[in-house]
Design a protein. Sequence first.
Length: 365
Amino acid sequence: METCEVLVVGGGPAGSTCAGSLVRAGLDVLLLDKERFPRDKTCAGWITPAVFKALGLDAEEYRTGRVLQDIKSFRTGLINSAAVVTTYGTTVSYGIRRCEFDLYLLERSRVRRQLGETAINLERKDGWWVVNRHIRARLLVGAGGHFCPVARLLGTDIGREEVVVAQAAECVMTQAEEQQCRVQPDTPALYFCRDMKGYGWLFRKGSYLNIGLGRRDTRDLTLHVRDFCAFIEQQMGLPAGLTGRLKGHAYRLSGGEGRRSCIGDGALLIGDAAGVAIPESGEGILPSIESALLAAETILAANGDYRCDNLQPYAARMNQRSDSVNSRISSSQPFSEISCYLGARLLSNSWFTRHIVLDRWFLRR
Ligand SMILES: Cc1cc2nc3c(=O)[nH]c(=O)nc-3n(C[C@H](O)[C@H](O)[C@H](O)COP(=O)(O)OP(=O)(O)OC[C@H]3O[C@@H](n4cnc5c(N)ncnc54)[C@H](O)[C@@H]3O)c2cc1C
């Protein structure tokens, strides 16, 4: 039997961030992931400078030997309509590749790890968690993303939640494809569905091209994806076959109806497992990292006694965040209704695009 104080299930940005904080404070932590790293994750790979700040990470240090695409402008519009280009003249965001970013964070955490093993069997015995019948831990941190088994353990009925559904693909372009591709590396494209319930993106990071579409409405995703792909294939000179390689995924947004319960006796959830992504944009990496840091604070303050009461400060902070998302969304409700109704007109307006769509929804400046 392998023993540790804290077992973190999942080695994405949430799991590695939480594990790193606990390891630095001297706790005995083991991280389990079903994949071997580097592994891919279905994602656009867009992050704001706030991610580097939250991680205490120097962007220039990260850039050495990895893809870090500066973003200085955005092309936005409706699918099947003309786009507006908004230029900031400085770096306002970055593009990363998840296979590199997640590996970097995992290695930086210096956590002891067990990769290539799925957490399947989770049992509570005499105040310990016993996982897969051979790992024993006092505390279980669920960082396994939307379908995390620890979330099920804490009562989440995963199939019944409101989620974002998305499909995405990332490919490396040949030299000829790069020359043909009309997506500028520092100018990702965001094209909204006409009902404003989702958007598609095209994002070039050096030689890599990422394409995808996500929606808050689970119906007809494939039709919307097909419509978007047909539109951009024609417009942007994409590599042949790229749009046939999209993979699907789902995740929960913060706020809204029916929150996930993020603590239990000797267990807590962080990142997508807790449902933390920002509703306006679907950004999940930053809130996942932030939830991991909050969880680590509470775990350390619990000082080895992980009963539910001692994990309550984390739940209270998460509830506060969720409440503030709800009040932000409801206070902008009249506006979002107008924007749905007049979507086509508003998205061709450069003031609306810069100040509402980009500054407020996506960059949260
Ligand atoms: C199509 C798409 C595009 C997105 N684009 C962006 C974007 O551009 N920017 C952004 O900020 N956010 C984006 N997001 C959201 C973002 O990907 C997530 O919010 C983020 O990855 C959450 O991090 P995490 O560490 O909680 O979970 P994950 O990154 O999902 O990591 C979970 C880990 O747990 C492991 N795991 C799962 N189950 C088990 C198990 N049973 N046993 C062991 N290990 C397990 C997995 O292998 C994985 O490594 C996107 C999401 C989607 C679906």
